[in-house]
Ligand binder design. Sequence first.
Ligand code: BYC
Length: 330
Amino acid sequence: MYTQALNSSDGEDRHVEDAARAAQFQARIDAEERIEPNDWMPPAYRKTLTRQISQHAHSEIVGMLPEGNWITRAPSLRRKAALLAKVQDECGHGLYLYAAAETLGSSREELVDAMLAGKAKYSSIFNYPTLTWADIGTIGWLVDGAAIMNQIPLCRCSYGPYARAMIRVCKEESFHQRQGFEIMLTLCRGTDEQKAMAQDALNRWWWPVLMMFGPPDQASQHSDTSTKWKIKRFSNDELRQKFVDATVPQAQFLGLTIPDPAMKQNEAGNWEYSAIDWEEFKQVLAGNGPCNRDRMAARRKAHEDGAWVREAAMAYAAKRRQRAALQAAE
Ligand code: BYC
């Protein structure tokens, strides 16, 4: 009886303490202070950040596949060098992001395993195929363009390691966007066949790119808490609209037509677009996009093929630890 009473009062004390810490944490967020790895944070903040950062990391890594598909077929040495550098940059982004997620207490191994087991998501956009060289231009122009729109506000995210990683990622994404736009410009100023190829790529990528920003605001599960904690600075729909408004003049400059005949500019200057097919998005997230199975198979194979590298690195690290311990004992 006495023990029970003690436990219940212990529980209440802990509850009061947690509420006070949560209030203090929110006050720091409201004051635009950065949260760092060793600071106290609500378990749900840690969980949602780990979810978002790891999904972001997986997207960078899976994102290497559709473009990597064209490295051997780039039309010139210059194009090949730029594409190689871009794909390597995406790999680097994945590594910074896994490192940022690790500061929250989940190992890279756990995060990668969750992705390979199909438990963690990666961006829907990378489940579409790259059929022609114009797809490489379109990915740089639109996919990296959308990524920049989404990631610039993440440079002001409340969690320090994520915000700092985003600064470098955004600089590199800007270069990617420019190289993609330049490919499109070259195709659009080329032969009729090249321009048709560019238009075809835009037709296929436009709607999937709009889906990259996530479900509409009323269906977004995480937006409210992520906004309260200043992980998100803009809603999914706000960023989607900013992207459309920035992209329409670029398409006009290229002489390309956005595949949305009902699209119109309103009095405020915003481009109103037609309804997005959210059923297609759901299907892609459920694993039924055109390339989901290929992407997962390629990642699993790469992981298996890389086992010897991980083993060698572990053996080397163990040897170094052993040598350091021996030296310390001398
Ligand atoms: N694809 O409540 P919501 C790049 C999921 S760019 C797949 O609104 P949140 C790159 C969402 O995760 C691409 N899943 O979520 C560019 C959630 O599911 P869970 C990566 C999506 O987090 C060029 C559920 O739907 N960028 O890497 O508030 C070359 C409900 O959504 C998608 C980032 O990851 C999607 N498109 O907002 C190479 C940026 N959209 O977790 C690489 C960081 C939503 O409950 N992430 N879902 O199972 C974010 O900014 C936010 O996580 C999102 C979603 C805006 C994407």
